[in-house]
Design a protein around this ligand. Structure first.
Ligand SMILES: NC(=O)C1=CN([C@@H]2O[C@H](COP(=O)(O)OP(=O)(O)OC[C@H]3O[C@@H](n4cnc5c(N)ncnc54)[C@H](OP(=O)(O)O)[C@@H]3O)[C@@H](O)[C@H]2O)C=CC1
Ligand SMILES: O=C(O)C(=O)[C@@H](O)[C@H](O)C(=O)CO
Length: 279
């Protein structure tokens, strides 16, 4: 089963769903990424901070599937926001993964208190010109951060990857991305193990559509125009999460799920204006 493709604002195509790899590492991690690839995942989302770039690169090689069929995303850690550091980190990540280019490269967090994200964005633009990266984007950027990089460089990110799940719906940020032509990706799209999948609104929709709660939540993302990157170590869940392209939620059902939002719904309260990455 393969996901349909979307076209981003720079003309490149991207699968409509991907595999998250936070804390997927080592030998067992390799098996988990391989089962995901066998299930049909082609978008693989990693980050230097996850220490999973090696596993993802190795899984791509062992899969026997040509590199060109994959869509690989990784992310720049905060301690490399200076221009020259960012350029060398991008190359270092390529070496770690054994790849010649990334399909998408994101600034992981804006870290506005450090104030270096414009420099980091300029480095991504340079790396794209050098052919090291096909599409460039950001993660956890608020509207003011987006405007700053766009105003300073004239280059709009293809993607903004942000926290979205039924307890943190992000209506405003979704509109802000859309207004600028930026594709929204959802991190922790299943709520990273919070109680959302047990909410009656979701279990009732699962019964109605003969799907699982996980599939209802993923379809809610797709029907809102969002690209989710669920993580699963479980072969059954991995397959289930791809099997969401044969039904659609109504606008009313989308709003019902939106109503589950909580004012303190963020996972680990990670506010992009405050969040400092670990060193
Ligand atoms: N840019 C950023 O700042 C961030 C990016 N990310 C990215 O987003 C990805 C996804 O987010 P993550 O935080 O991992 O959390 P997710 O919301 O993807 O939740 C993962 C959990 O959901 C479970 N799960 C997955 N599918 C199902 C299913 N069908 N039914 C029931 N349970 C299911 C998994 O268990 P099981 O393994 O048993 O299936 C796992 O415990 C990350 O892996 C990472 O790539 C994450 C955080 C921040
Ligand atoms: O997983 C990521 O991409 C992160 O940026 C982390 O902040 C992660 O969400 C986390 O919770 C670390 O404690």
């Amino acid at each position: 089963m393969k996901a349909p493709l979307l076209t981003m604002n720079d003309g490149h195509e991207i699968p409509t769903i991907g595999l998250g790899t936070y804390q997927i590492r080592g030998g067992s991690g390799l098996d988990q990424v391989l089962t995901a690839i066998q299930s049909g995942y082609r978008l693989l989302d990693t980050s230097t901070n996850y220490d999973s770039e090696g596993v993802v690169g190795e899984a791509i090689r062992r899969s026997g599937i040509p590199r060109s069929e994959f869509f690989v995303t990784t992310k720049l850690p905060g301690k490399y926001h200076h221009y020259e550091d960012a350029l060398s980190m991008i190359q270092e990540s390529l070496f770690r993964m054994g790849l010649e280019y990334f399909d998408l490269y994101l600034i992981h967090w804006p870290l506005p208190k450090r104030g270096l994200y414009v420099e980091a964005w300029e480095a991504l633009i340079r790396a794209q010109k050098l052919g090291l990266i096909r599409s460039i984007g950001v993660s956890n950027f608020e509207p003011e951060h987006l405007d700053k990089i766009i105003d300073k460089t004239g280059v709009t990110p293809a993607v903004n990857q942000i926290e979205i799940h039924p307890y943190w719906v992000q209506k405003r940020m979704l509109e802000e991305n859309k207004k600028r032509g930026i594709l929204t990706e959802a991190w922790s799209p299943m709520g990273r193990g919070n109680d959302a999948l047990q909410e009656p609104i979701i279990t009732e929709l699962a019964t109605k559509y003969k799907k699982t709660s996980g599939q209802i939540v993923l379809r809610w993302h797709i029907d809102r125009g969002i690209l989710p990157i669920p993580k699963s170590r479980d072969f059954i869940h991995q397959r289930e999460n791809l099997n969401i392209f044969d039904f659609e939620l109504t606008q009313e059902e989308i709003e019902q799920i939106n109503s589950l939002e909580k004012s303190d719904g963020r996972i680990d309260n990670q506010d992009p204006n405050e969040y400092e990455e670990f060193e």
